[in-house]
Design a protein around this ligand. Structure first.
Ligand SMILES: Nc1ncnc2c1ncn2[C@@H]1O[C@H](COP(=O)(O)OP(=O)(O)OP(=O)(O)O)[C@@H](O)[C@H]1O
Ligand SMILES: [Mg+2]
Length: 276
C-alpha cells in the first residue's frame, strides 16, 4: 500500500472510530410454534468488541442474531442496549446479509449512497461514501456495477454500505459463507482490519471456526437446538496480532470443535435410541 493510501486510510479510521454499544441479552428464550429454538440465553457483547456465535446447524444462531438486532421479539427475556450512540449514527443496529442484496443497476458508490440519500446533505453523502469505500478497499471500483465485481468484492460493498450509516452495532450472519475458500481467507483478513478500524460492536455468526478465532473477542458456543450457552471463550490476543498458525488460537479452535462434535454425536445417539 502506498503512503498516500495509508494516510487516507488513517484519516478514514479516525472518523469511523466509535465506542460502540453494549448489548446485554438476559434469559432469552424463543420458540417457533411448538419448536423451541433458544433456551435461557444470557450474554453480553462489550462495546467495540466482536462476539462470535457458533454452534451446530439449526441451533438458533440466526434466531439469536435477529433477536439481538431487534428484528425478532423473543418469547421471554430481554435485550438491553447501553452506551452512547454518536450523533452521526443513522442506524444503531445494522445487518450485513449473506446475499449482498445490491441493486444491479446502481454503481458501487450508488449502492452505498442508497442508505444515506435523503438523510444527509448531498455533500455529506459523497464524503461518507468516499470514506467507507477507502476503508473497504473499494475506491478504485466506485463506478463499477455489481455484475462487474467478484463475489468477494460484492460482499465488501455490503460491508461498506453497512458501515456508511456509522452503526453502533454491526450484525453479520455468515457473511463469507457464499464465497470460495481463497476469497474467504482474503476477505477475512480485510474484515478483521475493518472491524478493528471502525471500532463497532460486532456480532458475527459463523460455522467456520477459523473465522471465529480470527475475529472473536468472545466466542459463544451454543448447544444443539434448543440453543443454550454451552461455553463462552474469551480470546485475549488483539485482532491485529492474530496469525493463522498461532498455536494458542488453534488450540481454542480445536476446543470449540470438540464441543460441537460431542454435541452432534450425542444428538445422533439420542436419535438412534429414540422410540420410533
Ligand atoms: N421462521 C421460522 N419458522 C419456523 N421455524 C424456524 C423459523 N426460523 C428458524 N426456524 C427453526 O428454528 C431452529 C433455529 O433456526 P436458526 O435459523 O436460528 O438456526 P441456525 O443456527 O442459524 O441454523 P444454520 O446453522 O442452519 O444457519 C431451526 O430448527 C429452524 O428450522
Ligand atoms: Mg443461520
Amino acid at each position: 500500500m502506498s503512503l498516500g493510501a495509508r494516510d487516507t486510510m488513517a484519516a478514514a479510521s479516525r472518523d469511523m472510530a466509535g465506542a460502540g454499544l453494549r448489548l446485554a441479552v438476559e434469559a432469552v428464550s424463543h420458540a417457533y410454534g411448538a419448536l423451541p429454538a433458544l433456551d435461557a440465553i444470557t450474554l453480553t457483547a462489550e462495546p467495540g468488541e466482536v462476539m462470535v456465535l457458533v454452534g451446530p446447524s439449526g441451533c438458533g444462531k440466526s434466531t439469536l442474531l435477529g433477536i439481538m438486532g431487534g428484528l425478532l421479539t423473543p418469547d421471554m427475556g430481554s435485550v438491553r442496549c447501553a452506551g452512547a450512540i454518536s450523533a452521526d449514527c443513522l442506524n444503531p443496529l445494522t445487518y450485513v446479509f449473506q446475499d449482498f442484496s445490491l441493486l444491479p443497476w446502481r454503481t458501487v458508490a450508488g449502492n452505498v449512497a442508497l442508505v444515506l440519500e435523503g438523510r444527509l446533505p448531498r455533500s455529506a453523502v459523497a464524503d461518507r461514501v468516499t470514506q467507507v469505500l477507502t476503508l473497504t478497499g473499494l475506491s478504485d471500483f466506485a463506478q463499477a456495477l455489481p455484475r462487474q465485481l467478484s463475489g468477494g468484492m460484492r460482499q465488501r460493498v455490503g460491508i461498506a454500505r453497512a458501515l456508511a450509516v456509522r452503526p453502533a452495532c454491526l450484525l453479520l450472519d455468515e457473511p463469507l459463507s457464499a464465497l470460495d475458500a481463497q476469497t474467504r481467507d482474503l476477505l477475512l483478513e480485510e474484515l478483521a482490519r475493518i472491524i478493528l478500524t471502525a471500532g463497532t460492536t460486532t456480532i458475527y455468526v459463523t460455522h467456520n471456526l477459523a473465522e471465529a478465532v480470527r475475529l472473536g473477542h468472545q466466542i459463544v458456543v451454543l448447544s444443539r437446538r434448543p440453543g443454550r450457552v454451552r461455553d463462552i471463550i474469551r480470546v485475549e490476543r488483539p485482532l491485529d496480532q492474530r496469525a493463522a498458525a498461532d498455536p494458542d488460537l488453534l488450540a481454542i479452535e480445536q476446543r470449540v470443535w470438540r464441543m460441537i462434535r460431542d454435541d452432534a454425536a450425542e444428538a445422533d445417539r439420542e436419535r438412534l435410541h429414540a422410540p420410533s
